[in-house]
Ligand binder design. Sequence first.
Ligand SMILES: [Zn+2]
Length: 107
Amino acid sequence: MIFDGWRCSECEALFVSDHARCVACGSSNVKKEPLAGSGRIVTYTTVRVPPEKFAEDGVFAVGLVELEEGPRITARLSADSTDVSIGQEVRVREVSRELGPIFETVE
Ligand SMILES: [Zn+2]
């Protein structure tokens, strides 16, 4: 599944953010750029006691994912990814309005 990142027209930085402002130089001269939605887990953690707003989600994993295109993002891993490992390949399963991209492992 494809989702959008941003490409800065000033410094060429590619990044993923809720805000249309370059994370490298602060420029707001940015354009949407589609990303393939695949990457690799750099590190991850399992959230066993979630914040109140995610209480119904139970135990879930959050990973630092390095996208194929280079940017690293922190994202939710799919609920059945409690057995994820560092270096594992992942891809976007869905893009949640609230959580952003949610990754699942690739067999
Ligand atoms: Zn920039």
